[in-house]
Design a protein around this ligand. Sequence first.
Ligand code: NAD
Ligand code: GLY
Length: 360
Amino acid sequence: MKELIVELNNDRSYPIYIGSGLLNQSRLLTQHIQSKQVAIVSNVTVAPLYLAKLEAVLQDYTVQSVILPDGEQYKTLHYLEQIFDHLLANKFSRNSTLIALGGGVIGDMTGFAAACYQRGIAFIQIPTTLLAQVDSSVGGKTGVNHPLGKNMIGAFCQPKCVIADVDVLDSLEDRQLSAGLAEVIKYGLIRDIDFLFWLEANMKNLLARDKSALTYAIERSCINKAEVVGEDEFETGVRATLNLGHTFGHAIETGTGYGHYLHGEAVAIGCCLAADLSRRIGWLNLQEVERIIAIFKSAHLPVLTPEQMTVDHFLELMSVDKKNLDGKIRLILLEAMGKASLPINVDHAQLLATLKNYAG
Ligand code: NAD
Ligand code: GLY
């Protein structure tokens, strides 16, 4: 098992455990639980697969489960309320613990519920998708979507620990595995060029679910994420670089209706647009842009925008983004392969040129 630490101030540092068979290791989990009251939040897909296993290691606790419907379209305030209803109906107190058992949707919702319930209770992340293991379970961004914007309602709330058991990836659909790889590639693009080269060389092994390749990719991704979050927990600077491709990506997710494009798929397309724009402002050359598109394609990810989305549609949706300031769209671009910029105001004509190159 690998153990990494997300270094934060005020005694809030926490471990990320990565390895095989971790769900069976009772102590790993229970050392981070304060009181007997525990609620596991999961969904109708993941619960039948892994809930019983988790309940078995929590035999000495009073465990409740909240099982939500499955999908990005349920990451809403309405469904968040189901968690609160359950906690209140079962008289959960302030020292109780929530456990997120699922992908990024469950992780983001459980974390937000933990941030709000009685003004804040403890929570633990047990991510079960590759995307959640390499990204969403680490760093404490929690929240829900709004019809007008993705992840627009939320809070920073760090978990007590993250348990990433690679064995749970066995049951993940291929499409979901690829979606997770989009965020993995992102780390290479923004700050870890050696990792990007490694990914180019090892993509086939990752797609074939080679355990040691997957474990390495998760570990290296989490090292990158932990370093960035440790440096800038509340995204006043470098943390924004983790959003490479996300402004375009969120527009695609919102514009096509939550759930049509997986988050990782939308991010893959968004990174290709960001690369195109980085070339237009003179930071990347054409070969580098083609290399970026090729690596996403090699991970079986889409690289073209949805046919139904027009340039105006993109501009409208991109105007609702947490990085925007004074109503201006700000983007993360690539200064070079393996080096992201901080958010910049881009020249409108160049942004239009990129969008026209891709969208109808
Ligand atoms: P997801 O949570 O919807 O999971 C994808 C699908 O896989 C779902 O159908 C789920 O039920 C299923 N699933 C989960 N684990 C499984 C398993 N082990 N076996 C079989 N099926 C399984 O999607 P995701 O890609 O994990 O997460 C995307 C979400 O994460 C988005 O809402 C995105 O905004 C958010 N996100 C948050 C952060 C953050 O920092 N908080 C970062 C990146 C993404
Ligand atoms: N996924 C972006 C972040 O955690 O900051």
